[in-house]
Design a protein around this ligand. Structure first.
Ligand code: PMP
Length: 359
């Protein structure tokens, strides 16, 4: 069987070329007689792989020199705690914008460490838009502002970068590397790997150097960004294979023409899919047009009883993982960087055919 089109929200599709390279490298990497998984993380070979991955990521995002790039573990979920542990710097409170389930989880965790001021939330509107900035109620004493540029479950994406006087912290898990980004606007960016970076098991943190070292008493060493930075993310054994695969994805992205090229492709893919949904009268997406995610496209069917049939028929046509998140139901097509335009075309054709037969 040839590879299917995979619309999974995460762990998500990887570029086929990356998987093929990994397959070629798997058993015996560059005639060293062993795989990357079997090498010391401190040996010259792996250190070169790790450094190249970091450099390629720096090139792709044009990360300024006064930012550290960390490759950590524990996923984005660990960052929900690690951010307040490291960034409060003696202050008591932090601002959060709530645009969906992942914002809510970040807020719940931060409450263990800080007084959380939810400066704006779209919960009453069932997370269908980014609250207008004029309604945000920021706290003058906040240590930082945290937000989720792309909410993976609700498919809600910010169409702007907030401008605030405190360090801006962003959970970019589901939209990092989907378009160029001005990193200098942020104090800290974090992103779980398993969507646009690589396989699960790694989380990338990009942090401005002056925010390091605000050590909170009693913080475990492994949680300290400054320790990770000082040790090149090798204070303990890093997830070497995930790091290597992420590096292959960065090389692949460069070969696609970098983030401007991938952003144009992503815009085209999303416009096609939303266009088909809006034109149908059978499928619907409830998100405010300006905040529709380019990465995660949730949609409903006119008759929810057809959902199981839709998923079954889609799978039979090699269109995988289209079920919405268990907390919201419906359908969701995640169309990250590695999901080709042909996958979106095939999905649109299938949806039109399904509507003709069942609509
Ligand atoms: N934040 C966002 C925006 C996510 O989409 C996810 C995972 N889907 C997470 C956080 C949690 O990531 P992890 O499972 O890597 O902890």
């Amino acid at each position: 069987m040839s590879r299917a089109f995979n619309f999974c929200a995460g762990p998500a599709a990887l570029p086929e070329a990356v998987l093929q390279q990994a397959q070629a490298d798997l058993v015996d990497w560059q005639r060293r007689g062993c795989s990357i998984m079997e090498m010391s993380h401190r040996g010259a070979d792996f250190v070169a792989i790790a450094e190249r991955a970091e450099q390629d990521l720096r090139d792709l995002l044009a990360i300024p020199d006064n930012y550290k790039v960390l490759f950590l573990q524990g996923g984005a979920t660990q960052q929900f705690a690690q951010v307040p542990m490291n960034l409060l710097g003696g202050k008591a409170s932090a601002d959060y914008i709530c645009t969906g389930v992942w914002s809510e989880k970040a807020i719940a965790e931060a409450k263990k460490f800080a007084q959380v001021n939810v400066a704006a939330t779209d919960v009453a509107n069932h997370f269908r838009a980014v609250p207008d900035v004029s309604t945000w109620q920021l706290d003058n004493h906040a240590a930082y502002l945290h937000y989720t540029p792309n909410e993976t479950i609700h498919g809600v994406e910010f169409d702007f970068i907030p401008s605030v006087d405190v360090p801006l912290v962003a959970d970019y898990s589901s939209s990092i590397l989907s378009e160029p980004l001005d990193v200098s606007k942020f104090g800290l960016i974090y992103a779980g790997a398993q969507k646009n970076i690589g396989p699960a098991g790694i989380v990338v943190v990009i942090v401005r150097e002056d925010l390091l070292g605000r050590y909170a008493a009693g913080m475990p060493t492994i949680m300290d960004y400054a320790v990770a930075a000082k040790n090149g993310s090798m204070y303990n054994t890093p997830p070497t294979y995930s790091w290597y695969l992420s590096g292959l994805v960065f090389q692949w992205l460069k070969a696609q023409g970098g983030l401007e090229a991938i952003a144009a492709l992503n815009a085209r893919k999303a416009a096609k899919l939303y266009g088909a949904i809006d034109a149908s009268g059978f499928y619907a997406n409830p998100v405010a047009i300006a905040n529709r995610s380019r990465m995660n496209v949730p949609f409903t069917l006119a008759d929810a009883r057809l959902e199981a049939t839709f998923l079954q028929e889609a799978e039979a046509q090699h269109l995988l993982n289209l079920a919405g998140h268990r907390s919201v139901g419906g359908m969701r097509a995640s169309i990250y960087n590695a999901v080709p335009e042909a996958a979106v075309d095939a999905l649109i054709d299938f949806m039109a055919d399904f509507e003709r037969r069942h609509g």
